[in-house]
Design a protein around this ligand. Structure first.
Ligand code: ADP
Length: 505
């Protein structure tokens, strides 16, 4: 919004019986820091309302039925958020005046100041009008922002949905499903990320993001985040290089992976073919520093300071072609801050690449000797799993995926049979849906914990991803909580982490 539009919105419009009265009122208000402008004509006043104003000051005797009708017509055309403040200066009534107080209802938000008028009262009314109107303009801004965001969200959701629809059509027409697996996997990952980011933004704005603290090998997190995006880099023809020292931080590995996943996604998104992205990590005293540097489009110095604000996007054909909702970096900043760290963006300007620097407090060095097992070693053929899931497709696909990773898997379609299977077969871990027939997942977990099979690792796999759902699952006895659609890489990571202590015990 331009400065002139802003100043129009803060002025009080004075409709004066004579120009002299008008100037007098304007001067009184100006002496008290209120901008005002006098009008001698109802048409001019109505036009000024349409251009933007904080309120209007109108002497009651000017409100003839025709003038009032004209004003009501203008106010009706205001948008739904508007409740235009009008201060009416009442006429002096003698006890012989037959006319009773007028019905000012049709004008809406009216403050009637009866005579004798005191300057203090007038100024106060003017200030209230400005404040109230300011709140209305803020609401307007929020509504416009929301509408822009919804339009963008619709656009972002439509792209993956369109690709999924085409792929499923192709398969139903008898095309080789293998041709479409890559498309479906990529598009589902994209949709999942959109939904996760959206929910996280909602949690961030209500202060509900929870960090599950533990010692985290940041180098492992960086490798895993890079591996997960390897296909994206290959497809974009962008080289990804890692120079990573072993380094430890205190925090939540899933959230840290989200941080670097977002930075890497941006890096590949904003770098053209044959470009390069470098991830560098090292510890220096109490600080672990990770830099994600790209040779991409760069960032204009003017927008660098706002780049971490939610919904900030640089308008350019490349950005819009690449999609995104402008929430990734705001999540990055919040998540890093929750870990007691900071993130900064640097760029020498458009076309000259960008560098994001994340600094995190280093975890105490005790027990640093054993680096995490690489992901490739995660699967253990002799390790039995139980899957409890009532949706046939989801169950069969998950079983097949876990078997593909080398696990021995048994499955049950409801909570009752799931409990029997777990207690009887004593797997190393069970992956359990929450909304199950017979016994829900929570009850199943409680009963497993009360049984002799209580040492089994339990992972909840549900569509409910709010922090309260996670807490409820942990309180029922689950060791971990994953939301659907399942990210197999993360599940594998989780199984690896949960089963490792038992393997070495
Ligand atoms: P988006 O979903 O638009 O990518 P982000 O919050 O992740 O949202 O980023 C906000 C904006 O910051 C992007 O729209 C883009 O203009 C800019 N940006 C982020 N990362 C980079 C980068 N590595 N290079 C250039 N610009 C970037």
């Amino acid at each position: 919004m331009s400065d002139s539009a802003a100043s129009l919105r803060e002025r009080i419009l004075v409709w004066a019986p004579t120009l002299r009265d008008g100037q007098l009122a304007v001067e009184i208000l100006a002496r008290h820091g209120i901008a005002a402008e006098a009008f001698g004509d109802i048409e001019e006043l109505c036009r000024a309302i349409e251009h933007g104003a904080a309120g209007a000051l109108i002497p009651e005797e000017r409100l003839t039925p025709a003038a009032e009708a004209r004003l009501v017509q203008t106010l009706k055309q205001q948008p739904a958020w508007s409740d235009f403040p009008i201060i009416v200066l009442g006429v002096r009534r003698s006890r012989y005046t037959s006319e009773s107080a007028r019905n000012l209802e049709p004008l809406g938000n009216v403050t009637l100041l009866d005579p004798p008028l005191r300057v203090r009262t007038l100024v106060r009314a003017g200030q209230s009008a400005i404040r109230a109107r300011g709140r209305q303009y803020e609401a307007q801004r929020a509504i416009e922002e929301r509408d822009r965001f919804l339009a963008m969200l619709g656009h972002e959701l439509r792209n993956p949905l369109n690709a999924i629809a085409l792929a499923s059509f192709g398969i139903s027409e008898g095309a080789d499903p293998k041709r479409y697996v890559g498309v479906l996997t990529r598009q589902v990952a994209q949709l999942t990320r959109l939904v996760d980011d959206l929910l996280d933004v909602a949690r961030v704005s209500s202060g509900k993001i929870l960090i599950q603290r533990g010692r985290v090998a940041l180098d492992g997190v960086l490798r895993h985040a890079s591996e997960a995006l390897r296909g994206r880099f290959d497809e974009a023809g962008v080289t990804l290089e890692l120079t990573i020292e072993p380094c430890w931080v205190e925090g939540d590995s899933a959230r840290l992976e989200q941080v670097f996943g977002n930075l890497l996604t941006n890096a590949v998104k904003y770098t053209s073919r044959e470009g390069r992205v470098t991830v560098h990590a090292h510890s220096d005293g109490p600080v672990v520093t990770v830099t994600v540097t790209d040779t991409g489009v760069g960032i204009d110095a003017a927008i660098l300071p706002t780049i971490f604000e939610p919904f900030v996007q640089v308008e350019s054909s490349l950005d819009r072609a690449q999609g995104g909702m402008g929430v990734g970096l705001s999540l990055v900043r919040t998540l890093v801050a929750l870990h007691g760290g900071s993130v900064d963006a640097e760029s020498a300007g458009p076309g000259r690449g960008s560098c994001f620097v994340v600094r995190l407090p280093r975890a105490p060095s005790s027990g640093e000797a054993s680096p995490p097992r690489p992901l490739a070693d995660a699967a253990t053929t002799d390790c039995n799993l139980v899957v409890v899931e009532d949706n046939v497709d989801a169950r069969e696909l998950l079983v097949a995926a876990l078997e593909g990773m080398g696990y021995g898997v048994q499955a049950a379609p409801d909570g009752g049979r799931g409990l029997d299977l777990i207690v009887a077969s004593r797997p190393a871990a069970a992956i359990v849906d929450i909304g199950l027939p017979v016994l829900d997942g929570y009850e199943l977990a409680r009963r497993v914990r009360a049984s002799e099979a209580d040492g089994i690792r339990l992972i909840a796999l549900t569509g409910y991803g709010q922090p309260a759902d996670r807490e409820r699952a942990l309180a029922a006895g689950f060791d971990a909580h994953l939301t659907k659609p399942v990210d197999l890489g993360r599940l594998r990571h989780m199984l690896d982490a949960l089963l490792e202590p038992r393997a070495s015990a």
